[in-house]
Every structure is written in C-alpha cells, then in structure tokens.
Design a binder for this molecule. Sequence first.
Ligand code: ZN
Length: 115
Amino acid sequence: MLRCNCDNKETFQLKLEGDVDTDPIWCGECGVNITLQELPISRELKAELVEWVMIYDEWIDWSKDRLRPNGIELEEKHNKLGQQLTEKLKQELGAKYKVAFAPSLSARMYVGLDF
Ligand SMILES: [Zn+2]
C-alpha cells in the first residue's frame, strides 16, 4: 500500500519525475514523494530508477551555472530513458496502478527556447 496525503490515504496514481537528490516517484494527485523502498517493484528496476535520477540535471554545469554545450541532447536522452522506465514500472506494478511520466524541461528553460 502506497501512503500519501490523498483523502483515502492511498494512491494508485503515480508520476515519474526527476528531481535533484530525491526519489523520482510521486503521487500523481497530491504530489507527495513516495520512497522507492515502498514500491512493489524489482530491485533491478529500483536500481535503474536511482541511476536515472542521479544523472538528472547533468545537462547543467552548476559550477558555471549554465547549460552544457550538448545540454539539450542530454536532457532528451534522459527523457527517453524516463519514458522507458515508465513502461517498465507499468509492467511491474500491473493494472492496479497508473503511472504517468513528467519529462524534464529545465534545459529548454535554461536557454529560453520556446517550445
Ligand atoms: Zn496522494
């Protein structure tokens, strides 16, 4: 059972979204962060999710506070991988849970691109 702040204290709507230093799974309704340990998924998939979130924001060079030269491509790669992980989550969690993917847009915001 995945606890959150929704009225029934339990969620079946999940969202995969990368963030710095946080597990990337959230309740899709109230937005509470759900720790990976609570998820009924394989250790392999948990490890993949941890790896995925560790390279979140690698497209930004924090020491210079600017986007890396290939930042847009790095972010796109990250988003593609996130999409694949969303499919794996759906497979492992089964029909009981819904999983949505929220792609990162930070590289685009950094360079001020309209999209
Ligand atoms: Zn919730």
